[in-house]
Design a protein around this ligand. Structure first.
Ligand code: NI
Length: 265
């Protein structure tokens, strides 16, 4: 069975058939989905989906490209929502220097504020980092003293960079990109990353794997990602699915955290 650790089913790309698609997940081999917020609005939608479907959980947070205009009230609101038992992480948060706006200082400020929020509510973090390898690493290193666990979603950096994150006990989100012909650098990183640190993800509706590249992505397509990783790691696809299921459960459903949260509720 598949655990899709990073999806955006609130996206308008699913407006026409969202419920039909989600109702058939189990039959298509998908057991769990974490729907990840990228703004305050999409966080609200993620929480609605988590309420409606027992197998969907929510990550709540604001993507770096959406941080302009965030306020202290937004942060307080996120903090209140974090105690909901279906909320399993703070994310996606991070730095995205591919887009010039908002400027780096604003992105860094809200990345740090949301990191400290994660420490406060004792939830793992889902990190989005694009063309910002050095700054991401520096911020995460300085935050490490009170860290919870974290995943670098859609990992796109080098093997050397993977080593740095491994030293800090991070997980790596691997999705459709690994099936692309030009994924040489990522294949090298995945060969290097131990199986117990890999989480499978779609980032749907984006980044569909081959043979669906360019089309709308969905959780069942993770099968192609597992197949490709099994070739790289020279183990069976079933082993990849089993190990990554366990990793995702360890990451999102840690018992310690649920006990803590029950007390707060
Ligand atoms: Ni995403």
């Amino acid at each position: 069975m598949i655990f899709d650790t990073h999806a955006h089913y609130d996206d308008e790309a699913f407006d026409a058939d969202r419920d039909k698609l989600l109702q058939n997940m189990w039959e298509n081999g998908v057991e769990f989905i974490v729907n990840v917020g990228a703004s305050i609005d999409s966080t609200k939608e993620a929480m609605k989906l988590a309420k409606k479907y027992s197998f969907i959980y929510a990550a709540i947070g604001v993507h770096p490209s959406e941080t302009a205009g965030l306020t202290g009230e937004d942060l307080e609101w996120l903090k209140k929502k974090a105690v909901n038992p279906k909320v399993v992480a703070i994310g996606e948060i991070g730095l995205d220097y591919y887009w010039p706006e908002p400027n780096k200082d604003i992105q860094k400020e809200w990345f740090e504020k949301q990191l400290y929020l994660a420490s406060e509510v004792n939830l793992p973090i889902v990190v989005h980092s694009r063309e910002a390898a050095q700054d991401t690493l520096e911020i995460l290193k300085s935050w490490q003293k009170d860290k919870t666990s974290g995943v670098i979603h859609c990992f796109s950096y080098t093997k050397e960079s993977a080593r740095e994150y491994l030293n800090m006990d991070y997980y790596f989100g691997i999705g459709g990109v690994i099936t692309f012909k030009n994924a040489k650098k990522l294949v090298e990183a995945v060969s290097y990353i131990p199986m117990n640190r890999i989480l499978l993800e779609t980032d749907c509706p984006y980044l569909a794997p081959e043979p669906y590249r360019g089309k709308r992505n969905q959780s069942s397509y993770i099968d192609y990602v597992a197949q490709r990783i099994s070739e790289i790691k020279q183990i069976s696809k079933e082993e990849v699915l089993m190990q990554t299921m366990q990793n995702a459960k360890d990451f999102y459903f840690s018992d310690k955290r649920f006990t803590l949260k029950d007390k707060e509720l």
